[in-house]
Design a binder for this molecule. Sequence first.
Ligand code: ADQ
Length: 416
Amino acid sequence: MPLSRAEHEDYYLGYANSVLWPMLHGRVDLLDVSSGQRATYEAVNRRLAKLARPHLRDTDILWIHDYHLIPLAAALRELGVTNPIGFFLHTPFPDAGSVQALSHSDSFLRWFAAYDLVGLQTSRDVARFLDAFRSAGAAQLISGRCIRWQDEIIRVGSFPIGIDADGFRDMAEDAIRTQTPPLSSHRLMIGVDRLDYTKGIPNRLRGFQTYLRDHPAEEDRIAFVQIAPPTREDVGAYMDVRRELEQLSGEVNGEFSDIGYVPVQYIHRAVARSAISGLLRRADIALITPLNDGMNLVAKEFVAAQDPEDPGVLVLSKFAGAAEQLEGGAVLINPHDPASVADGIRKAARMPVGERRQRHEQMYDILRQSNGDWWADSYLRALEASAVIRISNLASLGQGSLGPMTSPLTAFPGKL
Ligand code: ADQ
């Protein structure tokens, strides 16, 4: 569905990426709630619903993803769609205060009520989701995953997104066979992100700077490669973070470079996935410091890419969703505190191989158990169960039809 130029500005750059994205990440200081772009956001979702409607069969299950499309289920329900509709939010769910910062916070919450099941990344997100409804008033908690709010029943669950760990490991092994190894003799630390202000890239550079100041000895030197291609460059906050990052990496290199040693290599362009997998495999440390992140798949990809006999160490922000699953194996840090980041780097750089192996094994097991297939299957099963409850409620009220709902998953074509 093509967007007009005005829709691109008001829907995509505007409401989705200058209102919802910062709000969902708790950056209410960046919100522009007065802009009136919400009308376009809803209109685009309605248009998409109209386009999709004629293609829907009775047996279809709809699984809608992410913050660009939150009102899509409500728009489909307006057109009479009774199919099971699920939603998965890839970002964090914010605290109640951030939701209240939207001038239409009740409408925002009501968009979720049209879904049979709202999927979030972590149990912390589920707790915040329920809290947002409680704070909006007139809410009754039915269970830890279900709330009645303004006569709507809303079901929610945490479904941490997974990766194909074995597939990624194979790609990384292939990549190091074909890639030229880096010339640097120093330990390699890596960061891979979209250049986004939520990813805490300046914070990690400040932490690395603190580490270098505290550890001037030559044997403690680490070469840090940060890959951060631009995204959403037409949004002002993204230009600001780019400038800050360029200035900081220049500052760190100015302070600590030596003959044969450049502390920070900052790559501001896209790098192919297989090349990234090889770099992750070669890295001794991954430094992943988001200020707030739904999951952070790079953290999981780094773990998957490692050689189990000599694995690197994951230094991870406690504000990444991945920290909930990986806390036993990763070195968790507070990205707001450069001393905490520096301490995490030091710990990772000095960790003995036995501890590295044990931590890696623990994390790899978790990745395999909760891989991408598990994520899709467990979500869809929970969606089916929620939809059955809604349809039987409708049927007992004399509305809707049980016809299409007999067993939606039997019509579902295997794994996603
Ligand atoms: P993103 O914010 O894009 O995703 P992330 O999970 O880190 O963040 O990355 C998604 C994918 O993009 C990964 O496969 C990663 O390898 C790739 N990627 C990231 N940076 C890259 C780069 N510089 N070059 C090439 N590839 C890169 C959103 C949420 C996250 C959530 C995901 C999935 O913000 O919190 O983990 O969705 O739910």
